[in-house]
Design a protein around this ligand. Structure first.
Ligand code: NAD
Ligand code: UGA
Length: 367
């Protein structure tokens, strides 16, 4: 395979010192940022991604181009391809897996439920089967989600809170991932660390997320829906800036214990950990929109509606005490500063053409 040649001829994923990390979902939003950060600090990185078209594949290809400028190679393949994954482990003795590939998005689960089962359950199990059989077994850090808290009303959410009321199939598959991880840790001694990310945003973000399409729609003068809850409260999210999440992922990798088994045999207990990685300060969606209006210099056409029953939860809020205690996780970017960086990237990436103020200006000049 072409990737094999590339990988064999490059020293990148195989390191004498530092980690060798397989990053799944490396062409994705969080995966591309984490791959760059790992490479920058000297770890070996190899990516895996199937470049599916859930959202604009050209954005995934652009992230891939950015990574290839830093000598990070992404294998084009699927989590469910056991032969490919086994081959990857034959070529590179990975010390760690940072597993970020998944079918993300809560609302899309109503349109394509099977894609969640395929990637988040079957794909995860396939990866764990390959990791379990590898010798040495890699330590695994994987993305869970704040959505596992579902309709939980504790405030803020702590890792021990109930997670038995998922509001979407997405949340249910992420919760299933946590249960599946438990069994692989228990039986095979795999070291597993789950990270519950809270609505991550930033440059190179996901076009299916509200902050991203709100920016696009405001610039294009289209109206946006702002949800309020059934009891007329504002919907709020603990929006978390990408750089904070990247630091959390690296911290979790650094403190992951080694797996205790090898070649599928358990040798003793290894860790199973789950952490919240949030910002600790929920912001109502209306406030997100007013920050964007300020940054874009354009008023949004707001359409405030009662939240449809589409898998969304009314509120998220992380308690991150545990991640702070274990690997010093401390979010440092507030929503206004983070969105400023996102908007700067957005205008630069999509071009100034998308700014109606400039377009109008030009139209005025030529008339
Ligand atoms: P993303 O969609 O940008 O990245 C996921 C990547 O995985 C994509 O590039 C996709 O092509 C790839 N992928 C999907 N299914 C695959 C498969 N079967 N085989 C190989 N590749 C596959 O999403 P993201 O925002 O970077 O999210 C990363 C992880 O974090 C996901 O597990 C997601 O569920 C989780 N998460 C994200 C957020 C957030 O707000 N961004 C919040 C909570 C949890
Ligand atoms: C995000 C990601 O999309 C999920 O992949 C991830 O797992 C989840 O975070 C998480 O933290 O676990 P979500 O918080 O729903 O999910 O993010 P968005 O889809 O960007 O929505 C953000 C907020 O805007 C939500 O409160 C949502 O209800 C609201 N919204 C969304 C609107 O008000 N109007 C819309 O048209 C769409």
């Amino acid at each position: 395979a072409s990737w094999e040649k590339q990988v064999r001829h490059s020293s990148t994923p195989r390191r004498l010192n530092g980690f060798s990390v397989l990053v799944t979902g490396a062409a994705g939003f969080v995966g591309s940022h984490c791959s760059l950060a790992l490479k920058k600090r000297g770890d070996g990185v190899l990516g895996l991604d199937n470049f599916n078209d859930y959202y604009d594949p050209s954005l995934k290809r652009a992230r891939q181009n950015l990574l290839s400028k830093h000598q990070i190679f992404i294998v084009d393949g699927d989590l469910n391809d056991a032969a490919l994954l086994t081959k990857l482990f034959d070529v590179v003795p990975f010390t760690h897996i940072l597993h970020l590939a998944a079918q993300a998005g809560v609302r899309y689960a109503m349109q394509n439920p099977q894609s969640y089962v395929r990637s988040n359950i079957a794909g995860f199990v396939n990866l764990l089967e390959v990791a379990k059989a590898a010798n040495p077994q890699p330590a695994i850090v994987w993305a869970s989600s704040s959505s596992v808290y579902g309709l939980n009303t504790e405030n803020p959410f702590s890792e021990r809170d109930r997670t038995d009321q998922p509001a979407s199939l997405y949340a249910a598959t992420k919760k299933a991932g946590e249960e599946i991880a438990h069994t692989y840790n228990h039986i095979y001694g795999l070291s597993l660390t789950g990270l519950r990310f809270f609505t991550v945003y930033g440059p190179w973000g996901r076009p299916d997320m509200a902050y991203f399409f709100f920016t696009k729609d405001i610039l294009q003068g289209k109206s946006i829906d702002i949800y309020k809850t059934h009891n007329q409260k504002e919907v709020a999210r603990d929006f978390t800036y990408i750089d904070d999440v990247v630091k959390g992922c690296l911290g979790a990798l650094d403190t992951a214990e080694k797996s205790t088994g090898s070649g599928g045999k358990k040798k003793g207990p290894a860790q199973l950990r789950v952490y919240n990685l949030g910002n600790t300060s929920p912001v109502p969606v209306g406030r997100l929109v007013s920050i964007l209006e300020g940054l874009l210099g354009t008023k949004a056409k707001k359409h405030v509606i009662t939240m449809p029953r589409n898998g969304d939860v009314p509120y998220t809020h992380a308690n991150v005490t545990l991640a702070y205690k274990d690997f010093g996780y401390k979010p440092t970017t507030d929503l206004a500063s983070g969105l400023r960086k996102f908007v700067k990237w957005y205008v630069n990436y999509y071009g100034i053409e998308s700014k109606p103020s400039k377009a109008t200006q030009r139209a005025d000049e030529s008339s």
